[in-house]
Design a protein around this ligand. Sequence first.
Ligand code: FAQ
Length: 343
Amino acid sequence: MTSTLLEEDSGDAGAQEEFEAAFEAAVAADERIEPRDWMPDAYRATLVRQMAQHAHSEIIGMQPEANWITRAPSLRRKAILMAKVQDEAGHGLYLYSAAETLGTGRDELLDKLHSGRQKYSSIFNYPTLTWADVGAIGWLVDGAAITNQVPLCRCSYGPYARAMVRICKEESFHQRQGYELLLALSRGTEAQHAMAQDAVDRWWWPSLMMFGPPDEESAHSSRSMAWKIKRHSNDELRQRFVDICVPQAEALGLTLPDPELRWNEERGHWDFGPIDWSEFHAVLKGNGPCNEQRISQRRRAHEEGAWVREAAAAYAAKHSGDGRGDSGDGGGDAEGARKEAVA
Ligand code: FAQ
């Protein structure tokens, strides 16, 4: 949005209406809303909620795959997996930074994650039991993430949309590595094929749940779609994902664990069986297989990283570049460096 008129809220009621009208017009015209533009409080709150949940998912999502770094079957696979897990940390960084443009600091968001006041994706509460799970996560979880996130590159909020462009490029690389890993297992020995099939059997339904509740139960979808934060409903994206995966599974030589999967000529889509939403709700309530483990590991990592944040702040204070060097009077830069430190 370009109008400087919108950059400051004067507090005057007439002006307020004008701001609202200009905001709605900018959204309708597919213009981007930028951090200094006026925006409704509910729009800001919705963005913070979704972006925080997204950022938290990226950093919690490092855990299930990191579980296999030390046991990767070759140096090549280890290097790839380390790079992928590191990419997820980077995605968290972009998203926390994008959320900061809305006036919410990373400390505040992390505190809400650690105290259970903000969510992260249900999918990361499942365990990675075998090496094939690394492939299934890449193919299905990154695949679902891309299906959901490509439309977010056109989100009405500029910093979120721009963060998504790079994230999607990296996620699509992740998806291909997962696919390639599963293909190697599927074409390998009988035991390797069985391991790949078992992983797909376990990750398929939770991946479909990643898209959120069915449309009729989705509390936020209609408002978020009207604001062009979300461009498609949860069910639309879930269907798109199923349609993409069915032929890919066939090419992989693996089956999807759904006896009701059938091509529907009339709809031009694959029909699929019912999702067990009671499982989804249980996971959201904290009763998934790994909820406790994920959050306590995250809290521990944060506590153990305190010295890194402190050291970065001290370093920035010492090298604040204003000639005051060791005086310790480098508060501004120290704050900047603290934010730069590992999430
Ligand atoms: N898990 O009204 P809706 C990744 C909550 S990134 C947990 O439909 P909305 C990369 C929802 O927050 C994966 N909670 O909500 C990676 C709301 O609760 P609230 C994350 C869920 O926001 C790959 C309530 O249910 N991606 O995987 C879930 O309109 C590999 C009602 O739902 C994003 O976050 C769920 N699955 O639509 C990393 C993408 N679904 O807040 C490592 C951005 C719903 O009122 C390794 N987010 N809920 O307490 C979105 O697109 C949306 O937020 C949805 C949910 C689609 C997730």
